[in-house]
Design a protein around this ligand. Structure first.
Ligand code: FAD
Length: 144
């Protein structure tokens, strides 16, 4: 089967990036295939403790098909999520917006007024992810 004959787009990975891209493309009428290497986790599938290594860690060689992948490189160690939803399965559910300094430095500085440009997209993302203020925080940074 040639995927090109069946799908306009094939997306590898169903994390925040892949799933949102798939949604947007499908909304525009394209046919989209999303390929995800991890499992689909229902509410009842999550491990109650990290000691349940088979359900927590993603190490297929050891028959661990959980939600958390650990990658150790020479100068960096990487945590990432695996499964339908990608990092959303393991992330800490905090949705901060970077401070102004972030938008004005790095290779992207000066190319655009990124803070203004991205503002409506932060609002869309917060709305779609159901962001709300943590009442236990001492300093409220959203909504501002
Ligand atoms: C423990 C933890 C806590 C975090 N807390 C926060 C937080 O509080 N707030 C925040 O904003 N961010 C947080 N993050 C970061 C956030 O989760 C990531 O930035 C985000 O998930 C990245 O999205 P992504 O779409 O780029 O990739 P991912 O969400 O990682 O998705 C990639 C997907 O691709 C799949 N995949 C990879 N290779 C293949 C392949 N060859 N074939 C098929 N599928 C493949 C993976 O299984 C995965 O599902 C946290 C991350 C971790 C690990």
């Amino acid at each position: 089967m040639d995927l090109k004959d069946h799908y306009d787009f094939v997306i590898i990975g169903s994390g925040f990036g892949g799933s949102v891209s798939a949604l947007r493309l499908a909304e525009k009428g394209y046919s989209v295939l999303v390929i995800e290497k991890g499992k689909h986790f229902r509410d009842t599938d999550y491990p109650e403790t990290n000691w349940n290594l088979r359900k927590w860690l993603w190490i297929p060689a050891l028959k661990c098909f959980g939600i958390q992948k650990l990658t150790f490189l020479r100068h960096a160690s990487i945590l990432s999520g695996v499964g339908v939803g990608g990092g959303s399965l393991v992330y800490a559910n905090t949705l901060p917006k970077p401070k102004a300094a972030f938008f004005n430095r790095g290779s992207w500085a000066g190319l655009a007024d990124w803070e203004t440009e991205l503002e409506p997209h932060y609002k869309t993302a917060w709305q779609m992810l159901g962001a709300t203020v943590n009442p236990k925080l001492a300093k409220v940074i959203w909504p501002y």
